[in-house]
Design a protein around this ligand. Structure first.
Ligand code: HEM
Ligand SMILES: *[C@@H]1O[C@H](CO)[C@@H](O)[C@H](O)[C@H]1NC(C)=O
Ligand SMILES: CC(=O)N[C@H]1CO[C@H](CO)[C@@H](O)[C@@H]1O
Length: 544
């Protein structure tokens, strides 16, 4: 029996999906370890793991596991089970709510001591454990992953000098440069307040009124828009970080994580076909890859501008809505990120993970732009609401070393610093601050131009996008969204796209006309074909 189960677990799972255009997506994934999780638990625990108790530890009598024909309100077990369930939801993240976590490590591969004194980045071969959460941006917690959307990895490195968090996007530009745009942007790209549906009219209305967001959104409309899972894409922390070495010399860097598996993309047709089979394809792919010991990994690199160079470039190097210009900076490798272990428990490890871009360490003073200054405030703010004021004491967030004057509050409080003095300064040998001699003395003030610059968008369309065929796919993806948008919003959208690039405007307009000519019946028929089983025809008999 045991043997047979082992054999079964090694049968490979094939995705064979017929999609709307007749294209057959057929790929071999790893053994579906995710479906074997429970049988695997039983293999590791041939007997029950212990005696069942109440939450207070009292062993539970078998007769308290039923309520029929008993005095129902006497049954504490019943009451606790149901009232716990009634109260066990916590708020999901406002963005990137759908995600999966895992553990791994960061390994230094190159000497970057001349750029940063950060301990975790120094000493070739040094490994720092980390927690990573992979996510998709616009869906709610239960949403689908194989969709055209911004994907992300958030990483928390448990360094000897405290937690170092990097939060990324899978595209190299951010949506806006004024942080006050966060709230309207989140709303416009999520659900309509009445229909509860994604709403392209909202999206395009907001885009025409705030064109800066078009750049990131065109990246999402491109072939980069649906990576083939979380493993096969690059990720970018996006901000320009200030870092410094032990002599106090300052450098400005943009980090990137380059997938060692390469960058793979799904077409619309592939994504639609996979979605019909498995809305959680990305999470499953990651889980099964780790189970098969095919550990996903990324090369960590820094693009660097010296302090004297950063003031001389003829573009705004702190503006995340555009790329640094090639040829103005140099790139150095730093290390690798390897993901090699599942979380024990999704709620305990992944839902509780609280990343903040200002969790930094000596040697990395961090970004200086306005978006970052806003994020410094708002990540801990939302986490105080989502997880409570002691979210840094939750296991997965807890740093290797911490001694603080923050005390008390909603649990967990850990040892609450026991009998140490609880105010500072004090004369009784409570924890004392240190002085980082190398830390930059001046806080540079970054001024942002607020003129709307369409040039970086045109450069993306004409230079980064490598072929006309790819430009055509972008135009069609844009048109797919615009097809349900009418009236002045549509007109303004086409005008904006034309302003960015005449060719882009022209391609979108003609793709749109073609889509509108298609009969509604044809579109319906295509939708019906998404379902794996054809509609059975016994319906006819029923109505005869
Ligand atoms: C004005 C700027 C921004 C604001 C106000 C903002 C706000 C937020 C908030 C409130 C959350 C939920 C956090 C939680 O519940 O733990 C979040 C999560 C996230 N944000 Fe931002 N964000 C901003 C910019 C960015 C940028 C520039 C990036 C990419 C570099 C980014 C990527 C993410 C990711 C990946 C998550 C999910 C983190 C996780 O896995 O837990 N955000 N953001
Ligand atoms: C995915 O798309 C990007 C952007 O066009 C391209 O650079 C990359 O090579 C594509 N990946 C594959 C495997 O074709
Ligand atoms: C048939 C097919 O599409 N196979 C692809 C499955 O995915 C791997 C990489 O993840 C590709 O190398 C195969 O070509």
């Amino acid at each position: 029996m045991l043997k047979m189960r082992l054999v079964l677990s090694y049968i490979f799972v094939y995705f064979v999906v017929q999609d709307v255009t007749g294209y057959r997506y057929c790929n071999e994934t790893f053994p579906d370890a995710a479906s074997e999780q429970l049988p695997d638990f039983r293999r590791r625990h041939p007997r029950p793991v212990g005696v069942l108790t109440k939450v207070t530890g009292e062993p539970l009598d078998l007769r308290d596991t039923v309520t029929l024909n008993t005095e129902i309100f006497d049954n504490r077990n019943h009451f606790r089970l149901t009232s716990h369930l009634n109260r066990e939801r916590i708020p999901e993240r406002v963005v990137h709510s759908k995600g999966i976590g895992s553990f791994g490590y960061f390994e230094v591969t190159h000497d970057v001591s001349r750029y940063t004194k950060a301990d975790a980045f120094n000493g070739i071969g040094k490994r720092t454990p980390l927690m990573a959460r992979f996510s998709t941006s616009r869906e709610n917690a239960g949403g689908a992953e194989p969709i055209r959307d911004i994907k992300a990895i958030a990483v928390k490195m448990y360094t000897k000098e405290g937690n170092l968090d990097f939060i990324t996007f899978h595209i190299p530009v951010f949506t806006y440069k004024d942080p006050i745009d966060f709230s309207p942007n989140v709303r416009a790209f999520r659900r309509n307040p009445r229909t509860r549906l994604f709403d392209n009219t909202m999206r395009w209305d907001f885009t025409t009124l705030n064109p800066v967001i078009l750049h990131a959104n065109l990246w999402v409309m491109s072939d980069y828009g649906i990576p083939d899972g979380y493993r096969k894409t690059n990720y970018f922390p996006l901000h320009t970080y200030e870092i410094y070495n032990k002599h106090g010399e300052i450098f400005y860097v943009k980090f990137s994580y380059r997938s060692e598996l390469g960058v793979y993309n799904l077409t619309n047709a592939q994504a639609m076909a996979i979605r019909a089979e498995d809305r959680d394809y990305y999470a499953r792919d990651l889980y099964n890859a780790i189970a098969a010991k095919k550990y996903p990994s990324w090369r960590v690199e820094m693009d660097i501008l010296r302090k004297d160079e950063i003031t001389k470039v003829n573009y705004d190097p702190f503006d995340m809505t555009r790329l640094w210009v090639r040829g103005t900076y140099k790139t150095v490798p730093v290390g690798r990120i390897v993901i090699n272990r599942h979380v024990d428990n999704h709620f305990k490890d992944t839902e509780h993970a609280a990343f903040s871009p200002d969790n930094l360490v000596p040697g990395i003073s961090g970004p200086r732009d306005n978006v970052f200054r806003a994020r410094k405030l708002f990540y801990p703010d939302t986490q105080n609401y989502r997880l409570g004021v002691n979210h840094d004491n939750i296991n997965v967030n807890s740093p290797l070393y911490v001694k603080t004057y923050s005390r008390d509050g909603v649990p967990p409080v850990l040892d609450n610093m026991r009998d140490a003095p609880n105010y500072q300064p004090n004369s009784f040998n409570g924890p004392m601050p240190f002085v980082d001699e190398a830390r930059p003395k001046v806080l540079p003030i970054v001024f942002h131009r607020n003129a709307i610059d369409l040039q970086p968008i045109a450069e993306f369309y004409n230079e980064i996008v490598e072929s006309d065929a790819h430009r055509q796919r972008i135009a069609e993806n844009v048109a797919n969204g615009l097809v349900s948008v009418r009236g002045d919003v549509e007109k303004k959208a086409l005008r904006l796209l034309t302003l960015v690039d005449v060719d882009l405007g022209r391609r979108v307009r003609s793709a749109l006309q073609r889509l509108r000519l298609e009969s509604p019946e044809k579109r319906l028929r295509q939708r019906a074909q998404c379902f794996a089983d054809p509609e059975p025809d016994y319906h006819d008999d029923l109505y005869e």
